[in-house]
Design a protein around this ligand. Structure first.
Ligand code: FPP
Length: 231
């Protein structure tokens, strides 16, 4: 458990899976598999300490450049998670949503995602919600929102009505963004939403990330003074 206040929304760039595997002379796929297990543990921990939203970057619009077997592995891990979630969701007390451009996914996966979204709709508000970003890019999300506005303009176009067209509609902006893996960049993640987010970077590779490291990130977050452009 953490002392101090728990961020309402934590976002994570799950980076370092490939290097974790390479260090162990394993294929990159093994790193993603280990990373998906850490994701499960961190999601449960977030639920238990009262985080309301956890948003993870699982596959970006740029990740299609990767070798096909690596792409297949990530999608197979996501598919396995969808099956698991449909079976255990009501016991786990975690709502799950997929964010990103999901329109060209195989129909079987889309059906599973729709079902998980329907089950999540049945949850009372206040329950922990895990958002999994797949085929997600911050720029792509903004362009899709602009397309939706061109097709069906709101009465007033302002930041609030624009945000209603984003994948994150109804989700508050992240308070804390964590990037393990040692790089100091955003990689096209939640570009609109991170205007006032606090960042936490660590060299730890995602498959080595732990509840203890998350508690450390939250403790660091609690030392920050957020002014949102004020004084
Ligand atoms: C970045 O590390 C990681 C990814 C592109 C994939 C992340 C996906 C998962 C952890 C599996 C998702 C599954 C579920 C159930 C949420 P990298 O491969 O770029 O690492 P590297 O920088 O060390 O090469």
């Amino acid at each position: 458990m953490t002392n101090g206040s728990v961020p309402c929304h934590i976002a994570v760039i799950m980076d370092g899976n490939g290097r974790w595997a390479k260090k162990r002379f394993l294929p990159r796929k093994a790193g993603h598999s280990a990373g998906s297990e850490v994701f499960r543990r961190i999601a449960c921990y977030c639920r238990d300490i009262g985080v309301q939203y956890l948003t993870v970057y699982a596959f970006s619009t740029e990740n299609w450049k990767r070798p096909q077997d690596e792409i297949d592995e990530i999608f197979s891990l996501l598919d396995k998670y969808l099956d698991e979630v449909q079976a255990t969701m009501l016991n786990d007390n975690v709502a799950v949503r997929f964010l990103g451009n999901l329109s060209h996914f195989p129909s079987g996966m889309q059906r599973k995602i729709d079902n998980v979204h329907k089950l999540s709709d049945g949850y009372p508000s206040g329950v922990c919600q895990v958002n999994i970003c797949v085929n997600y890019g911050g720029r792509d999300e903004i362009v899709r929102a602009a397309e939706s506005i061109l097709k069906n303009p709101p009465e007033i176009l302002d930041e609030n009505s624009f945000a209603q067209r984003l994948d994150t509609k109804g989700i508050p902006c992240p308070d804390l963004l964590i990037r393990p893996g040692g790089d100091f960049r955003i990689s096209n993640f939640l570009l609109w939403q991170i205007a006032y987010t606090e960042f936490y970077f660590t060299k730890i590779l995602w498959p080595d990330f732990s509840e203890k490291e998350l508690a450390k990130a939250i403790a660091e977050y609690n030392k920050r003074k957020r002014r949102f452009g004020g004084v």
